[in-house]
Design a protein around this ligand. Structure first.
Ligand SMILES: NCCC[C@H](NC(=O)CCC(=O)O)C(=O)O
Ligand SMILES: NC(=O)OP(=O)(O)O
Length: 312
């Protein structure tokens, strides 16, 4: 594997999960693989988990991580081809990606969508420009349309916590005050489609994710019906995809409550807004897996970095 930019870069998810569990058991067993190698982490957006767990993964492999908040700290980067750069951007991605490639053996990038320009977001301009102009492998730390390190983490977490051969997993939309990206939802859908689970999506009308991603996964507009007999309830808000980037529903009808999910395990990528997305009683219960998910971010990232280091 050269780059890790989508869940579709995972060939056999069951093998990846087994390998991630092995890494979790012995996190330092490959601590020479990354010796004298540098991981560059470039953030165009905020992060707590991704920023720390990806560095931790690099350290476990013996790599040296270096981190930069691109927005604000670096020169404004131009992505357009042939642009006359007489505006606010000071250097082109062609130079920026080539230069960072001199300092780093792997480049990891976080770049959220605009949520106003669907075509631009779907072109994955920032991530794909790094893939195009960097001379070293590139890892997505959440891009406009996907968060594959999170999707891999979630697959590992479900595999660790299931008591059934084929559990029922529900991805339920939940309310939020802001317009949020589709990336986490998309990658979770793609990860579940690769696993042996009974998987359904619940979201209000007007909130269907990109049909090219959901494919034939059943979509319910009745949350109660979807949640029936669920073993895992994965919750996430996203803005409308059809009415791109819009918030169409602001009441709390779809908030996840203890009453709604019963004994099902609760999952969320974090950060989560308490008593908007999910009530305290769920997050504070033994059925919440959110801290375990955050822990597994390290092992998912470590597996991805290990595979890239082994191939390059
Ligand atoms: N990396 C995990 C989620 C990141 C982002 N959440 C957010 O922006 C939440 C912000 C807030 O609650 O204000 C998202 O939904 O894609
Ligand atoms: N889940 C996740 O990606 O968290 P951060 O946005 O804090 O990195």
């Amino acid at each position: 594997m050269k780059n890790y930019i989508s869940i579709s870069d995972i060939e056999h998810i069951d093998n990846w999960i087994l390998e991630a569990k092995e890494i979790k058991r012995k996190p330092l067993s490959n601590n020479h693989l990354g010796k004298n190698k540098t991981l560059g982490l470039l953030f165009f957006n905020s992060s707590l988990r991704t920023r720390l767990s990806t560095q931790k993964a690099a350290l476990n492999l013996g790599m040296d991580p270096i981190v930069m908040n691109v927005s604000g700290d670096a020169w404004g980067i131009e992505f357009g081809d042939g642009t006359v750069m007489n505006g606010n951007t000071a250097e082109h991605i062609k130079e920026a990606a080539a230069v960072v490639s001199q300092y780093c053996d792997i480049i990891a990038v976080r770049a959220f969508p605009t949520l106003t320009d669907k075509e631009l977001d779907e072109s994955e301009q920032i991530l794909n420009s790094f893939v195009q102009f960097a001379s070293v492998p590139v890892v997505s730390m959440e891009s406009a349309t996907g968060h594959p390190l999170q999707g891999l983490t979630d697959a590992i977490t479900i595999s660790e916590n299931t008591t059934k051969k084929k559990p029922k997993v529900v991805l339920s939309w939940a309310p939020h005050v802001k317009a949020l990206p589709h990336a986490v939802g998309n990658s979770f859908v793609q990860a579940m489609q690769k696993m042996d689970v009974e998987f359904v999506i619940a979201n209000p009308e007007g909130y269907n994710l990109n049909p090219e991603i959901t494919k034939d996964t059943p979509i319910y507009h009745n949350q109660e019906e979807a949640l029936k007999d669920a073993d895992f309830v994965y919750t996430k808000n996203w803005s409308s995809y059809e009415d791109y980037g819009k918030v169409l529903k602001t009441d709390l009808d779809w908030m996840i409550t203890k009453d709604k999910i019963g004994d099902a395990k609760f999952m969320h990528c974090l950060p989560v807004r308490r008593n908007v997305v999910v009530e305290d009683a769920v997050l504070d219960s033994d059925n919440s897996l959110v801290i375990e998910q955050a822990n597994n971010r390290t092992y998912a990232a470590q597996l991805v970095l290990k595979k890239i280091l082994e191939n390059n």
